[in-house]
Design a protein around this ligand. Structure first.
Ligand code: HDE
Length: 694
């Protein structure tokens, strides 16, 4: 996981950004005009106790700037976090696209990625149940290409004209602006029962995908069907995927809710820390490709954004890898001012008639004109391409470039028509010449009408644990709906997905089970949909180690070494932050105390043996740590005397606490050993449990 030093080489984009950076270290304070300031803590007054006077240019500048320092937050995806990196293709993709950045495995294309939640405001918590945005800007030698995706492969609606309705329904209700960052309220579920096309997306949203453990452990999807076009002009349909090298992992709902209070920045901090630690998040780019001739070979319409292309039917071809290797320097300048747009494409990548995509092609530029204050936001450092752009667009708020000469029109003879459009063979973007013909109609294709088959496929593909989580999520989300009629309609709607699902939902929300249970016996599954089949690794997991006066240092040290070998992080937690003495006399300074940590922040816990265990047994917080970790099915490790702590917690019936004779015992993620000073075997069993996560 640790990267070699050459990975720190700044990309071309990172070098470009250097020109805009300002280092304030050791500098004199000046006004925005460069005049040195003598006092910035007292305003200029007429007499010591008199009024502040207009003449105080420094006061006016300082306060005016402050008064104007907020910009509108994004209307959706307001809360986000970005990082820099690069992308490299594994093999030339010449056969399928002419896009230059997909031709040469030696080329590192700079990227900036912004992960986000959708519904909450900028200050909302990271771990709410929601879709996550996964937007990538590739700064290619042919201009910027933005892949503006989500962590779920489908969407709520089929036509972009419904987007304002959807968002009004899911955002806080307009009379009292409640609830924040949540779909668990009447207007959203009223929307759902009146829009059957949303059914499939609800299955994803209420699954574990809605509460990712980490941005580093989510898949990303372009959602829409795009086109790739090669040099010969041959086009194919494509869907874009990002596959995280660490696998796809989630929190539990109880954890997610508690983390929202304990550490609302949980996901952004996780990304920031991983990059700072040199554990660069990696995502492989995958393509699903359908030949034009096969457009109608499927039992779904490939232009319908509420449908996946099951991976077992259309395999995902892995074509390259993105590595995020640098944190931003300034959140506002980079993450907040980043502007993504599907319309930012390069030759070789093209659109289809997906009606959701078509609408998005309008919306992003439009909203950014307002959010970033005019038509020149492409000049903001984070948004600039790495190549110079030339055209006759001029003026507008905050124009930065000084465009020389009198000509700002085309055609012209004064400058021999320059800057000059170029034909496709010389790199000009030429839209794919798809044949389109039809009457002007406000209708939807009948091929978009099946709203339940894939929702059922998703349900059928879940493991028993994943199904349980979905049912519980329904109980929480729909249980918060006041209007009983809406709750009843939810049950009736999901009866069309699966009769048992509907019955289970009904049980928790005080309404009748479906009158006529759906007994449809379609059992097709898609294993790729279940997170149980994902990559499992201990790398970058974070374990809490509980210690008190008189812990056993020898055991502590052996486990730490085991962690380090396997890329597992740990934090030592005790009553206070004061140094703690081991039995052997070694001193350890805890990183956290019970007052400022909680088991939900960690992926597992370990308790070494030693006399300290008696103290731990007396600490409610230490027992809470164990009980909570157990309730969340996290790995718990305990060695020698520490088993006595477990017998004082909910773990008592799971942990094998007697007569170990030095044998390691592992049961439901609880790993113990007694009578053993050599923890080699314990370490491998505990690391394995950490890799399994739950
Ligand atoms: Fe967005 N979406 N969206 N969206 N979207 C925005 O653009 C919109 C949709 C996505 O990190 C907005 O600059 C419409 C699908 C991401 O800055 C806005 C429709 C997918 C981000 C907008 C959709 C997305 C946005 C708000 C229905 C996944 C954050 C601020 C057709 C493929 C990008 C902004 C970032 C942001 C409109 C549906 C992903 C209003 C009209 C489907 C990741 O323009």
């Amino acid at each position: 996981m640790k990267k070699k030093p050459q990975d720190h080489q700044p990309t071309k984009k990172q070098q470009q950004l250097e020109d805009f950076k300002v280092n304030h270290e050791g500098k004199d304070l000046t006004t925005d005009q460069g005049t040195k300031v003598s006092n910035t803590s007292e305003s200029l007054k007429a007499g010591q106790r008199g009024p502040t006077i207009m003449e105080d240019f420094h006061f006016r500048e300082k306060v005016t700037h402050f008064d104007h320092e907020r910009i509108p937050e994004r209307v959706v995806h307001a809360r986000g976090f970005g990082a820099h990196g690069y992308f490299q293709v594994y093999e030339p993709l010449t056969d399928i696209t002419r896009a230059k950045f997909l031709q040469d495995p030696n080329v590192k294309t700079p990227v900036f990625v912004r992960f986000s939640t959708v519904v909450g405001s900028r200050g909302s918590a990271d771990t709410v149940r929601d879709v996550r945005g996964f937007a990538t800007k590739f700064y290619t030698e042919e201009g910027n290409f933005d892949l503006v995706g989500n962590n779920m492969p489908i969407f709520f609606i089929q036509d972009a004209i419904k987007f304002p309705d959807l968002v009004h329904a899911i955002k806080p209700e307009p009379d009292n602006e409640i609830p924040q960052a949540s779909a668990a309220h009447d207007t959203f579920w009223d929307w759902v029962v009146n829009n059957q096309e949303t059914t499939h997306m609800i299955m994803w949203l209420l699954s574990d995908r809605g509460i990712p453990r980490s941005f580093r452990m989510m898949e990303g999807f372009g959602v829409h069907t795009f086109r790739l076009v090669n040099e010969q002009g041959k086009a194919r349909f494509v869907k874009f995927h990002w596959k995280p090298k660490l696998g796809v992992h989630s929190l539990t709902w109880d954890e997610a809710q508690k983390i929202a209070g304990k550490d609302p920045d949980f996901n952004r901090k996780d990304l920031w820390d991983a990059i700072n630690n040199g554990e660069y998040p990696e995502f492989e780019l995958g393509l699903q490709i359908i030949e034009e001739e096969q457009e109608f070979d499927f039992d779904f319409d490939i232009l319908d954004a509420t449908k996946i292309w099951p991976e077992e039917q259309v395999p995902v071809k892995i074509v390259g890898k993105m590595t995020l290797n640098k944190n931003q320097d300034n959140f506002f300048a980079e993450t907040e001012q980043a502007a993504f747009h599907m319309g930012n494409v390069v030759p070789g990548i093209d659109f289809t008639n997906d009606p959701l995509l078509q609408g998005r092609l309008f919306s992003y530029l439009d909203t950014q004109l307002l959010r970033l204050g005019g038509p020149n936001f492409h000049e903001i450092p984070i948004n600039r391409p790495i190549i110079q752009y030339y055209n006759n667009q001029r003026d507008g708020f905050h124009r930065m470039t000084i465009d020389q000469g009198k000509v700002a029109y085309f055609p012209n003879s004064i400058r021999q028509n320059y800057p000059m459009p170029q034909p496709g063979k010389d790199g000009g973007y030429e839209h794919y010449q798809e044949k389109v013909e039809g009457r002007k109609v406000r209708t939807r294709s009948e091929s978009f009408n099946d709203h339940f088959s894939q929702a059922r496929l998703f349900w059928n593909s879940m493991s028993p644990a994943e199904k349980k989580h979905i049912i519980k999520a329904f109980h929480f989300e729909v249980g918060n709906v006041m209007d009983k009629k809406i709750r009843q309609k939810v049950v009736d709607l999901f009866n069309q997905v699966d009769g048992n699902l509907a019955r289970e939902i009904a049980k928790g929300i005080g309404v009748e089970p479906p009158t006529k249970k759906n007994t449809m016996s379609i059992t097709a599954t898609s294993p790729a949909l279940s997170q149980e089949n994902t990559v499992k690794t201990p790398q970058t997991r974070k374990v809490a180690i509980l210690i008190d006066e008189g812990f056993n240092y020898n055991e502590f040290r052996q486990v730490i070494v085991g962690f380090q070998k396997n890329g597992v992080h740990s934090e030592v937690i005790s009553k206070t932050l004061s140094p703690v003495n081991s039995e052997e006399g070694d001193q350890i300074e805890p990183q956290k105390s019970y007052a400022n940590s909680h088991s939900v922040i960690y992926d597992g816990i370990y308790i070494p043996g030693g006399q300290h265990v008696e103290n731990l047994i007396g600490h409610k917080e230490a027992k809470d740590f164990v009980n909570d970790a157990f309730a969340h099915a996290k790995p718990i490790g305990a060695t020698n005397q520490a088993l006595d702590l477990l017998t004082n917690t909910l773990v008592q019936n799971i942990a094998y606490t007697n007569d170990h004779n030095g044998q390691v015992y592992s049961n439901l993620g609880v790993v113990t050993v007694n009578d053993s000073q050599d923890l080699t075997e314990f370490n491998s069993a505990f690391i394995e449990a950490i890799a399994q996560h739950r």
